[in-house]
Design a protein around this ligand. Structure first.
Ligand SMILES: NC(=O)c1ccc[n+]([C@@H]2O[C@H](COP(=O)([O-])OP(=O)(O)OC[C@H]3O[C@@H](n4cnc5c(N)ncnc54)[C@H](O)[C@@H]3O)[C@@H](O)[C@H]2O)c1
Length: 422
């Protein structure tokens, strides 16, 4: 029986997500929460109390994360703070000798992305973006299908974060939530990574491929203002606020290998949730659709009866047939009742497993920087009327010939069948 290295975790940022991810981390074998920190004492205390109910050691409580980082008995940091504090806390964590996992969100500047990369290179510490959507069941099955060549050569991909968050954004003052100031101050693709992460892995970004440029355009901004006026009336503190962020922000990224990626950010209008995933290759197409996902593969779908091609339902045949072995194993073990259908547990497991085994994480600092930087670059492009903006190569040319990736069960570059033999 393998003895697991115990990872002593410090948790920084303990709003709703931080508290749920802390519990998710605790459900991964070998994790102890040693300390909880939030600027708001009541949140740090509430998290410490809920952790103490699940383990013997009661976690220490902090409101200043630098005091937590000064401890020498903490191995790694889980950072679930706000978008504009993730990079800073990640850099300070690595400089304090800790590996770090950060929740998703975009970067505020190109500089902070470079500083994350330098901190990881200079300290040898892990900096992993917890992009849970890379471990979603559907995304992983599609990844397998792409690797097995079912779509032919990939040409174009689309994705989005199309989620009605008007309530969460507009009640940011009451709920002490971090999104509100971003929608007031910024105009761009504020939340790019949920679909960009899986897409980047699918087309080998930072490993033989790279993002080259992006162009972003923003629609007018109306949704949040109409929402607060309708809900709260003219006296509400946001009634006359001018929200900078366009309701729908469209971004197109070009890649060195010729693919185009279209992202949509759409969080301030009434609409059902969608990540609007689309994969288009020389042999067919997958498209997320409102009533079941649709697929058409020229060499696999039933023969056409007319001039037009006919969609099949992805869930009926393809999903069970092309299940990723990680999900096969996970389902056979009985899915842990965690967040977002299981992908939160898997992404937390991927981080912890990398630290326990000393293998590079499946989402490394180069991925983290390349995915997060899209936000501040898209703000620049929107401000210049959609002008193309170059995307930095955070690998400094290493993408052309990278060291081999770690072959593990959580690998996002390839399907490592050998890791599932027993
Ligand atoms: N992957 C997912 O599915 C998913 C889901 C929800 C949220 N998120 C992400 O998780 C993050 C947190 O989300 P949330 O909804 O809990 O946000 P939130 O704004 O409610 O919580 C953030 C917390 O961080 C704390 N904080 C900020 N700066 C700090 C600092 N310097 N030191 C200590 N604490 C600090 C705040 O006080 C707050 O309690 C966001 O980046 C969000 O985008 C991801």
């Amino acid at each position: 029986m393998e003895t697991l290295k115990v990872i002593r975790l410090g948790c920084v940022g303990l709003g709703g997500r931080g508290q749920s991810q802390m519990r998710e981390m605790m459900s991964v074998p070998g994790v102890t929460v040693a300390a909880c920190c939030d600027k708001h004492l009541d949140r740090a205390e509430a998290a410490a109390k809920s952790a103490a109910a699940l383990q013997e050691e009661p976690p220490a409580v902090y409101t200043n994360y630098k005091e937590l980082l000064a401890r020498t008995d903490i191995d790694a940091i889980l950072c679930c703070s706000t978008w504009i504090t993730h990079a800073r806390i990640a850099i300070d964590s690595m400089r304090a000798g800790k590996d770090v996992a950060i929740e998703v969100g975009g970067a505020a500047s190109v500089e902070e992305c470079w500083r994350m990369v330098r901190a990881s290179e200079e300290t040898g510490k892990v900096c992993m973006l917890l992009e849970n959507c890379c471990y979603d069941r559907k995304e992983m099955a599609l990844f397998r299908m792409v690797r097995e060549g079912l779509f032919g050569e990939i040409v174009h991909l689309e994705g989005g974060y199309r989620h009605d968050l008007r309530e969460e954004i507009c009640y940011g003052r009451e709920n002490r939530h971090g999104r509100l100031p971003n929608f007031i101050a910024r105009n761009g693709e504020l939340y790019p990574t949920h679909q960009l992460g899986p897409i980047a892995k699918m087309i080998g970004i930072n490993r033989g491929n790279r993002f080259l440029t992006l162009c972003s355009l923003a629609s007018k901004s109306r949704g949040l203002r109409v929402f607060v006026q309708k809900r709260e009336g003219a006296e509400y503190h946001l009634a006359n606020t001018r929200f900078n962020c366009g309701d729908v922000v469209s971004t197109t990224i070009t890649c060195a290998n010729g693919e185009t990626i279209h992202l949509t950010h759409d969080c301030s209008l009434p609409r059902p949730y969608s990540r609007a995933y689309m994969i288009e290759g020389t042999n067919g197409i997958f498209q997320e659709a409102p009533f079941g996902n649709a697929i058409y593969l020229e060499d696999n779908s039933p023969p056409d009866t007319g001039w037009d091609h006919t969609w099949e339902r992805f869930e009926d045949t393809y999903l069970p047939r092309y299940e990723h072995p990680l999900w096969d194993r996970y389902r056979a073990q009985g899915i842990h009742a965690g967040g977002h259908g299981g992908m939160d547990f898997l992404v937390c497991s991927a981080f912890i497993r990398a630290l326990q085994t000393g293998t590079p994480p499946p989402i490394d600092v180069y991925d983290t920087a390349a995915w997060m930087v899209i936000t501040c670059l898209s703000e620049q492009s929107v401000a210049m009327g959609g002008a193309p903006v170059p995307i930095p190569d955070f690998t400094n040319g290493a993408w052309i010939e990278r060291e081999p990736f770690a072959r593990t069960a959580f690998c996002l570059e390839d399907i490592c069948e050998e890791c599932f033999c027993n």
